[in-house]
Design a protein around this ligand. Structure first.
Ligand code: MN3
Length: 203
């Protein structure tokens, strides 16, 4: 199986200042995300070895390791492209129409996205997810990197609310970090592209 790799950031480390500081981004991408990539690859190797040895107690253990570290790798990879130095503002076009259809209004979507993300219990993610094939949209409160996801629904816009994502700059003020993403950082064209691809996909 091809090894997972750390994707390059699509902007310089200081590009998201002042809303996202360069030091946090450097640690978050270069240390935290890298650790998920390395741990995913190690878990996949150990899973294969356990399977080959017929040790299904160990298989169960490493399946869970793959879910956690693989979830972390994938959600962080989406997250970097969901942010932009030119981000913020309001969604437009067909994505905006779909948000109004599924949440009632853009204001209602914005309020639910912030409230749900702020209320994630412990470490996790606020996630706008699109149903494969239909493009229907919903909001999920993902705990850790893998719990409370919905099969068949693709994350198209994710907000990391693990403390490692914001503590250096925002300390305990998670809501200020979520506000910064919603007002200044979210890359709506990237979200729209992910939503369109999920909606067009057929299984
Ligand atoms: Mn993170």
């Amino acid at each position: 199986m091809k090894k997972a790799e750390l994707p390059q950031l699509p902007y310089p480390l200081d590009a998201l200042e002042p809303h996202y500081d360069a030091r946090t981004l450097e640690l978050h991408h270069g240390k935290h995300h890298l650790a998920y990539v390395n741990s995913l690859n190690a878990a996949l190797d150990k899973l294969a070895a356990a399977r080959a040895a017929g040790d299904f107690a160990l298989v169960k253990h490493f399946e869970r390791e793959v879910a956690f570290h693989g979830g972390g790798h994938i959600l962080h990879s989406v997250f970097w492209t969901n942010l932009s130095p030119d981000g913020g503002g309001a969604p437009a076009g067909e994505l905006a129409d779909a948000l109004v259809r599924d949440f009632g209004s853009l204001t209602a979507f914005d309020a639910q996205m912030r409230a749900a993300t702020n209320a994630v219990e412990g470490s996790g993610w606020g996630v706008l997810a699109a149903e494969t094939g239909s493009g229907r949209l919903t909001i999920l409160q993902v705990e850790k990197h893998q719990n409370l996801l919905l099969p068949g629904w693709v994350p198209v816009f994710v907000i990391d609310v693990w403390e490692h994502a914001y503590y250096l700059k925002y300390q305990n003020r998670r809501a200020e970090w979520v506000d910064a993403v919603m007002q200044h950082l979210v890359n709506w064209p990237d979200v729209a592209g992910r939503w369109a691809r999920a909606g067009a996909a057929r299984d």
